[in-house]
Design a protein around this ligand. Structure first.
Ligand code: PLP
Length: 428
């Protein structure tokens, strides 16, 4: 039996002081049962818990650690920046450099505003879309997560065109009455929603490759279709690339699919592991932001020099190392190995992947939208999760989260992971 005494003691105290013992709900392991481990340190593809156990990590701090943990270049950049002071509240050169890198990577972004989290980015992008178009309604999709923004915390409606209901207590129904929730990969539903509300929809916000209900891909032509109908209607197309930006490719999902959205939200990778968000897009839209325009948005710590330095180091390293080719190779290795392991164990698993993002759904059906994802066997996933943890492999503690590879995962790490999965799957 593995000792988890230190993690258990810390969690017991955390439960007294922090609601649920955690500062973000999915960390609590509620979806899989048991208790979270507490991390002592992390390096490369590995994390070590306070009881001294080592894990190969496929959570990668939920996406940002694309170069692996404690990357020496990022650590050095943070240390050097810290010597100059941790926050100024007046412009610093690093903000300009990160903005330039983002605009170079994503030509749809002519101007960008930096903030402190993905949630702030989507919240502000929605406000900006409404201010620019002078319209109120927003279309979002079932299963897409855009942070804990009031108007976007809306559950799946029963069909296209149903008005939203708040997913969370504390969100007045009136806050979400302008949010339309539609199924993903259903262009007709989006067309019908726009037709039902002509001239009323400010923006269509989506994860171009949804990674917050596991992972599913846009069907061929879907993103192009959305862009076309949005543009014909005058609604803005908003890509939430907080997860996919600089993760699927240097230019994000938009570069892979060849789409230039009106606005893009970023976070995660662009902070190199520090708290950062960003939203950007066409100049005429971005110039509606204060101090140029009437849409207010601000932040005491926005453009924080430590976060800027970490983000710049991460992006420059990603570009220089051409990390994406290696991530694709490792992704293929994992995909083939996992599929073979599931076949041998006769466990129905749908392994979906794009680049360094993946999900093993416990179902034999294709997953193209939230309703498909919800058909997977969560009890089986929970057993698999604990089986993997026993073998020293840390995957996200929920069936409905994407897994992430980093540039620090070696061929041998993936081999070890596939062997562990074969064992965990055989035990189901
Ligand atoms: C993580 C995430 C967010 C929220 O970012 P936070 O930094 O957690 O606020 C928003 N959108 C997407 C697609 C995300 O994956």
């Amino acid at each position: 039996m593995i000792s988890r005494a230190r993690s258990e003691a810390l969690f017991a105290e955390a439960l007294e002081r922090i609601p649920g013992g955690v500062n973000s709900p999915v960390r609590a392991f509620r979806a899989v049962g048991g208790q979270p481990f507490f991390v002592d340190r992390a390096r490369g593809a590995r994390v070590w818990d306070v009881d001294g156990r080592e894990y190969i990590d496929y959570v990668c701090t939920w996406g940002p650690a694309i170069l692996g943990h404690a990357h020496p270049g990022i650590i050095r950049a943070i240390q050097q920046a810290a010597e100059h002071g941790t926050s100024f509240g007046i412009p610093n050169p690093l903000e300009v450099k990160l903005a330039r890198l983002i605009c170079e990577a994503m030509p749809s972004i002519e101007k960008v505003r930096l903030c402190n989290s993905g949630t702030e980015a989507t919240m502000s992008a929605i406000r900006l879309a409404r201010g620019f178009t002078r319209r109120d309604k927003i279309i979002k999709f079932e299963g897409c997560y855009h942070g804990h923004v009031d108007s976007l915390l809306v559950k799946a409606g029963s069909g296209a065109l149903t008005l939203g209901h708040p997913d969370s207590a504390g969100v007045p129904a009136s806050f979400v009455e302008h949010t339309l929730v539609l199924p993903f990969n259903d262009l007709e539903a989006a067309q019908a929603a726009l037709a039902a509300h002509p001239g009323e929809v400010a923006g269509i916000i989506l994860e171009p490759v949804p990674g917050n209900s596991g992972l599913y891909l846009p069907q061929p032509g879907y993103l192009e279709g959305l862009q076309k109908i949005a543009s014909a209607d005058g609604a803005l197309l908003i890509f939430d690339e907080v997860m996919t930006g600089f993760r699927l490719a240097w230019g994000g999902a938009q570069s892979i699919f060849g789409i230039e959205p009106d606005l893009t939200c970023l976070g995660k990778v662009i902070g190199g592991g520090l708290p950062v968000g960003a939203f950007g897009g066409r100049r005429e839209i971005m110039d509606c932001l204060a101090p140029l325009g009437p849409v207010y948005q601000a932040g005491t710590l926005s453009g924080n020099p430590l976060a800027m330095a970490a983000g710049i180091a991460a992006l420059e390293e990603l570009r220089a190392a051409d990390a994406y080719r290696q991530l694709e190779t490792r992704g293929q290795q994992l995909e083939e190995g996992m599929r073979a392991a599931a076949r041998r164990a006769s466990v129905p698993v749908r392994f979906q992947r794009m680049g360094s993002m993946f999900c093993a759904y416990f179902t034999d059906q294709p997953v193209d939208r939230l309703s498909d994802a919800l058909k997977s066997d969560r009890a089986r996933f929970a057993k698999y999760f604990h089986g993997m943890l026993e073998e020293g492999i840390y995957v996200a503690p929920s069936q409905f989260e994407a897994g992430f590879l980093s540039a620090a995962h070696t061929e041998a790490d993936i081999d070890a992971t596939i062997r562990a999965a074969a064992k965990a799957l055989a035990g189901l």
